[in-house]
Design a protein around this ligand. Structure first.
Ligand code: GDP
Ligand code: MG
Length: 277
Protein backbone atom coordinates (compact mmCIF):
# COMPACT_ATOMS: atom_id res chain seq x y z
CA UNK A 1 0.00 0.00 0.00
CA UNK A 2 1.48 3.35 -0.90
CA UNK A 3 1.37 6.43 1.32
CA UNK A 4 -1.52 7.98 -0.62
CA UNK A 5 -3.72 4.91 -0.16
CA UNK A 6 -2.91 4.82 3.57
CA UNK A 7 -3.83 8.50 3.87
CA UNK A 8 -7.10 7.91 1.98
CA UNK A 9 -7.99 5.02 4.33
CA UNK A 10 -7.13 7.13 7.37
CA UNK A 11 -9.43 9.91 6.13
CA UNK A 12 -12.23 7.42 5.49
CA UNK A 13 -11.75 5.88 8.97
CA UNK A 14 -11.95 9.30 10.58
CA UNK A 15 -15.15 10.04 8.66
CA UNK A 16 -16.70 6.71 9.59
CA UNK A 17 -15.83 7.18 13.26
CA UNK A 18 -17.51 10.55 13.11
CA UNK A 19 -14.32 12.37 13.96
CA UNK A 20 -14.89 15.37 11.75
CA UNK A 21 -14.74 18.26 14.08
CA UNK A 22 -13.51 21.38 12.39
CA UNK A 23 -9.84 21.97 13.06
CA UNK A 24 -8.79 24.70 10.67
CA UNK A 25 -7.95 27.89 12.49
CA UNK A 26 -8.13 31.13 10.63
CA UNK A 27 -6.47 34.34 11.70
CA UNK A 28 -8.27 37.19 13.40
CA UNK A 29 -11.24 38.51 11.46
CA UNK A 30 -9.86 42.01 11.59
CA UNK A 31 -6.09 41.76 11.23
CA UNK A 32 -4.15 44.80 12.36
CA UNK A 33 -6.80 45.75 14.88
CA UNK A 34 -9.26 47.06 12.31
CA UNK A 35 -12.78 46.64 13.53
CA UNK A 36 -14.79 48.52 11.01
CA UNK A 37 -16.34 45.60 9.10
CA UNK A 38 -20.10 45.53 9.39
CA UNK A 39 -22.31 42.74 10.67
CA UNK A 40 -25.65 41.88 9.08
CA UNK A 41 -28.30 40.42 11.37
CA UNK A 42 -30.74 38.51 9.17
CA UNK A 43 -34.20 38.14 10.71
CA UNK A 44 -36.71 35.96 8.85
CA UNK A 45 -40.30 36.86 9.66
CA UNK A 46 -43.69 35.33 9.22
CA UNK A 47 -46.42 37.03 11.25
CA UNK A 48 -44.11 38.75 13.73
CA UNK A 49 -45.78 42.18 13.82
CA UNK A 50 -46.05 42.12 17.60
CA UNK A 51 -42.31 41.48 18.03
CA UNK A 52 -40.51 43.17 15.17
CA UNK A 53 -40.24 46.84 16.13
CA UNK A 54 -39.00 46.16 19.66
CA UNK A 55 -36.61 43.49 18.38
CA UNK A 56 -35.05 45.65 15.66
CA UNK A 57 -34.58 48.55 18.05
CA UNK A 58 -32.86 46.34 20.64
CA UNK A 59 -30.63 44.68 18.02
CA UNK A 60 -29.42 48.02 16.65
CA UNK A 61 -28.57 49.20 20.15
CA UNK A 62 -26.09 46.36 20.69
CA UNK A 63 -23.37 47.70 18.37
CA UNK A 64 -22.85 50.48 15.82
CA UNK A 65 -21.47 47.85 13.46
CA UNK A 66 -24.79 46.04 13.18
CA UNK A 67 -27.34 46.41 10.36
CA UNK A 68 -30.58 44.40 10.15
CA UNK A 69 -32.10 42.65 7.15
CA UNK A 70 -35.71 41.56 7.62
CA UNK A 71 -36.71 38.76 5.22
CA UNK A 72 -40.49 38.69 5.18
CA UNK A 73 -42.56 36.10 3.31
CA UNK A 74 -45.59 38.33 2.69
CA UNK A 75 -46.89 37.88 6.25
CA UNK A 76 -50.69 38.28 6.33
CA UNK A 77 -50.43 40.28 9.59
CA UNK A 78 -48.57 43.17 7.90
CA UNK A 79 -45.06 42.46 9.26
CA UNK A 80 -43.64 43.38 5.84
CA UNK A 81 -45.23 46.83 5.84
CA UNK A 82 -44.05 47.43 9.40
CA UNK A 83 -40.53 46.44 8.33
CA UNK A 84 -40.76 48.96 5.46
CA UNK A 85 -41.69 51.70 7.93
CA UNK A 86 -38.72 50.82 10.14
CA UNK A 87 -36.46 50.83 7.08
CA UNK A 88 -37.71 54.26 6.05
CA UNK A 89 -36.50 55.56 9.45
CA UNK A 90 -32.89 54.35 9.15
CA UNK A 91 -30.51 52.96 6.51
CA UNK A 92 -29.44 50.37 9.09
CA UNK A 93 -32.67 48.43 8.48
CA UNK A 94 -33.34 46.84 5.10
CA UNK A 95 -36.18 44.59 3.97
CA UNK A 96 -36.36 41.71 1.54
CA UNK A 97 -39.92 40.89 0.48
CA UNK A 98 -40.69 37.43 -0.79
CA UNK A 99 -44.02 36.51 -2.38
CA UNK A 100 -45.20 33.82 0.02
CA UNK A 101 -44.26 31.54 2.92
CA UNK A 102 -41.42 29.39 1.63
CA UNK A 103 -39.70 28.30 4.86
CA UNK A 104 -36.95 29.48 7.15
CA UNK A 105 -34.04 28.00 5.19
CA UNK A 106 -35.07 29.63 1.93
CA UNK A 107 -35.49 32.96 3.71
CA UNK A 108 -31.95 32.74 5.14
CA UNK A 109 -30.46 31.73 1.79
CA UNK A 110 -32.06 34.79 0.21
CA UNK A 111 -30.69 36.93 3.05
CA UNK A 112 -27.18 35.48 2.69
CA UNK A 113 -27.21 36.19 -1.07
CA UNK A 114 -28.34 39.77 -0.39
CA UNK A 115 -25.54 40.32 2.14
CA UNK A 116 -22.79 38.57 0.16
CA UNK A 117 -23.49 40.98 -2.70
CA UNK A 118 -22.57 43.83 -0.33
CA UNK A 119 -18.84 43.75 0.49
CA UNK A 120 -19.15 45.91 3.62
CA UNK A 121 -20.48 42.89 5.55
CA UNK A 122 -17.85 40.69 7.21
CA UNK A 123 -20.20 38.59 9.27
CA UNK A 124 -23.75 37.38 9.02
CA UNK A 125 -26.10 36.49 11.86
CA UNK A 126 -29.11 34.23 11.90
CA UNK A 127 -31.63 35.39 14.46
CA UNK A 128 -35.32 34.69 15.16
CA UNK A 129 -37.77 37.58 15.43
CA UNK A 130 -39.58 36.21 18.48
CA UNK A 131 -37.12 37.17 21.28
CA UNK A 132 -36.14 33.53 21.81
CA UNK A 133 -32.77 34.90 20.75
CA UNK A 134 -31.90 37.64 23.21
CA UNK A 135 -30.37 40.70 21.47
CA UNK A 136 -28.13 41.25 24.51
CA UNK A 137 -26.13 38.16 23.46
CA UNK A 138 -25.02 39.80 20.19
CA UNK A 139 -21.83 41.44 21.55
CA UNK A 140 -20.62 38.05 22.83
CA UNK A 141 -21.02 36.64 19.32
CA UNK A 142 -19.10 39.59 17.84
CA UNK A 143 -16.28 38.92 20.29
CA UNK A 144 -16.23 35.16 19.60
CA UNK A 145 -16.24 35.56 15.80
CA UNK A 146 -12.88 37.33 16.07
CA UNK A 147 -11.24 33.94 16.62
CA UNK A 148 -13.66 31.46 15.01
CA UNK A 149 -15.23 31.08 11.60
CA UNK A 150 -18.69 30.19 12.85
CA UNK A 151 -20.17 30.91 16.28
CA UNK A 152 -23.15 28.93 17.52
CA UNK A 153 -25.37 30.03 20.38
CA UNK A 154 -25.88 26.92 22.49
CA UNK A 155 -28.90 26.16 24.65
CA UNK A 156 -27.23 22.99 25.87
CA UNK A 157 -23.71 24.18 26.62
CA UNK A 158 -21.80 21.11 27.82
CA UNK A 159 -25.09 19.45 28.73
CA UNK A 160 -26.45 22.38 30.81
CA UNK A 161 -29.95 23.33 29.66
CA UNK A 162 -30.60 27.09 29.41
CA UNK A 163 -34.11 27.06 27.97
CA UNK A 164 -36.85 29.06 29.68
CA UNK A 165 -40.61 28.41 29.43
CA UNK A 166 -40.68 25.57 26.94
CA UNK A 167 -43.18 22.79 27.65
CA UNK A 168 -41.32 19.63 28.66
CA UNK A 169 -42.42 17.89 25.44
CA UNK A 170 -40.81 20.58 23.27
CA UNK A 171 -37.63 20.51 25.35
CA UNK A 172 -37.38 16.72 25.10
CA UNK A 173 -37.94 16.89 21.35
CA UNK A 174 -35.20 19.47 20.92
CA UNK A 175 -32.74 17.75 23.28
CA UNK A 176 -33.43 14.37 21.65
CA UNK A 177 -33.05 15.89 18.18
CA UNK A 178 -29.59 17.10 19.18
CA UNK A 179 -28.47 13.71 20.43
CA UNK A 180 -29.79 12.17 17.20
CA UNK A 181 -28.13 14.80 14.98
CA UNK A 182 -24.77 14.31 16.75
CA UNK A 183 -25.04 10.55 16.48
CA UNK A 184 -26.04 10.44 12.81
CA UNK A 185 -23.97 13.28 11.34
CA UNK A 186 -20.96 12.81 13.61
CA UNK A 187 -20.60 16.54 14.26
CA UNK A 188 -19.74 17.20 17.89
CA UNK A 189 -21.93 20.19 18.68
CA UNK A 190 -23.85 20.76 21.91
CA UNK A 191 -26.75 22.41 20.07
CA UNK A 192 -26.85 21.47 16.39
CA UNK A 193 -30.43 22.62 15.81
CA UNK A 194 -30.05 26.08 17.35
CA UNK A 195 -30.73 29.04 15.08
CA UNK A 196 -28.80 31.87 16.75
CA UNK A 197 -25.50 31.92 14.95
CA UNK A 198 -22.86 34.06 13.30
CA UNK A 199 -20.93 33.18 10.13
CA UNK A 200 -17.86 34.86 8.75
CA UNK A 201 -18.26 35.88 5.13
CA UNK A 202 -15.58 33.33 4.15
CA UNK A 203 -17.76 30.46 5.43
CA UNK A 204 -20.83 31.45 3.43
CA UNK A 205 -18.66 32.12 0.38
CA UNK A 206 -17.11 28.63 0.63
CA UNK A 207 -20.35 26.70 1.11
CA UNK A 208 -22.25 25.74 -2.04
CA UNK A 209 -25.43 27.56 -1.01
CA UNK A 210 -27.27 26.46 -4.17
CA UNK A 211 -26.82 22.86 -2.99
CA UNK A 212 -28.32 23.42 0.49
CA UNK A 213 -31.48 21.30 0.64
CA UNK A 214 -33.13 21.67 4.02
CA UNK A 215 -35.56 24.33 5.05
CA UNK A 216 -36.65 23.78 8.69
CA UNK A 217 -34.52 22.74 11.70
CA UNK A 218 -32.47 20.59 9.37
CA UNK A 219 -31.24 23.82 7.78
CA UNK A 220 -29.36 24.63 10.97
CA UNK A 221 -27.78 21.19 11.13
CA UNK A 222 -26.92 21.27 7.42
CA UNK A 223 -25.17 24.65 7.57
CA UNK A 224 -23.02 23.60 10.54
CA UNK A 225 -22.16 20.20 9.04
CA UNK A 226 -21.21 21.90 5.77
CA UNK A 227 -19.02 24.47 7.58
CA UNK A 228 -17.34 21.70 9.58
CA UNK A 229 -16.77 19.56 6.47
CA UNK A 230 -15.00 22.50 4.83
CA UNK A 231 -12.64 22.64 7.81
CA UNK A 232 -13.89 25.87 9.35
CA UNK A 233 -13.54 26.40 13.09
CA UNK A 234 -16.73 26.43 15.13
CA UNK A 235 -17.06 28.09 18.53
CA UNK A 236 -20.04 27.58 20.83
CA UNK A 237 -21.18 30.17 23.33
CA UNK A 238 -23.90 29.63 25.93
CA UNK A 239 -27.16 31.48 25.39
CA UNK A 240 -30.37 31.66 27.38
CA UNK A 241 -33.26 30.76 25.09
CA UNK A 242 -36.71 31.95 26.17
CA UNK A 243 -39.89 30.75 24.47
CA UNK A 244 -41.81 33.38 22.56
CA UNK A 245 -44.51 35.30 24.45
CA UNK A 246 -45.99 36.94 21.31
CA UNK A 247 -47.05 35.36 18.03
CA UNK A 248 -47.06 31.69 17.12
CA UNK A 249 -44.46 29.02 16.44
CA UNK A 250 -44.25 27.70 12.86
CA UNK A 251 -42.94 24.32 14.04
CA UNK A 252 -44.59 21.36 12.24
CA UNK A 253 -44.43 17.60 11.81
CA UNK A 254 -43.02 18.12 8.34
CA UNK A 255 -40.06 20.05 9.79
CA UNK A 256 -39.30 17.19 12.21
CA UNK A 257 -39.51 14.53 9.47
CA UNK A 258 -37.24 16.58 7.23
CA UNK A 259 -34.59 16.74 10.00
CA UNK A 260 -34.76 12.98 10.70
CA UNK A 261 -34.13 12.16 7.05
CA UNK A 262 -31.68 14.96 6.32
CA UNK A 263 -29.23 13.86 9.03
CA UNK A 264 -28.67 10.58 7.15
CA UNK A 265 -28.25 12.38 3.88
CA UNK A 266 -25.64 14.67 5.48
CA UNK A 267 -23.83 11.63 6.88
CA UNK A 268 -23.73 10.08 3.44
CA UNK A 269 -22.53 13.28 1.80
CA UNK A 270 -19.80 13.60 4.45
CA UNK A 271 -18.66 10.00 3.94
CA UNK A 272 -18.49 10.42 0.19
CA UNK A 273 -16.57 13.70 0.51
CA UNK A 274 -19.24 15.72 -1.31
CA UNK A 275 -19.36 18.44 1.38
CA UNK A 276 -15.61 18.95 1.52
CA UNK A 277 -15.33 19.83 -2.16
N1 GDP B 1 -39.54 34.53 6.12
C1 GDP B 1 -39.94 33.45 6.80
N2 GDP B 1 -39.74 33.40 8.14
C2 GDP B 1 -40.15 32.29 8.81
C3 GDP B 1 -40.78 31.19 8.18
N3 GDP B 1 -41.05 30.24 9.13
C4 GDP B 1 -40.62 30.75 10.30
N4 GDP B 1 -40.08 31.98 10.11
C5 GDP B 1 -39.45 32.86 11.11
O1 GDP B 1 -38.35 32.14 11.64
C6 GDP B 1 -38.18 32.38 13.02
C7 GDP B 1 -38.29 31.07 13.81
O2 GDP B 1 -39.58 30.52 13.66
P1 GDP B 1 -40.49 30.07 14.89
O3 GDP B 1 -41.87 29.91 14.42
O4 GDP B 1 -40.28 30.97 16.05
O5 GDP B 1 -39.93 28.64 15.18
P2 GDP B 1 -39.66 28.02 16.60
O6 GDP B 1 -38.84 29.01 17.37
O7 GDP B 1 -38.91 26.79 16.29
O8 GDP B 1 -40.99 27.77 17.21
C8 GDP B 1 -39.25 33.41 13.38
O9 GDP B 1 -38.69 34.69 13.28
C9 GDP B 1 -40.32 33.19 12.31
O10 GDP B 1 -41.10 34.33 12.06
C10 GDP B 1 -40.98 31.28 6.75
O11 GDP B 1 -41.52 30.38 6.10
N5 GDP B 1 -40.54 32.42 6.14
MG1 MG C 1 -39.24 30.71 17.88
Amino acid sequence: MNAETVAAFATMARRISGEQRAVKRNGPLFPGGQEDGRALVIVPTYNERTNLERLVSQVLQQSDRIDVLVVDDNSPDGTGQLADRLSAGTPRVQVLHRPGKAGLGKAYLAGFAWGLARPQYDCFFEMDADFSHEPAHLPAFLEAIRSADLVLGSRYDQGKVTVVNWPITRLLLSYGANIYARWVTGVRLDDATGGFKCFRRSVLAAIDLADVRSNGYAFQIEMSVRASAKGFSIAQIPIVFTDRTEGQSKMSGHIVREAIFMCWRLRWWTLTGRLAR
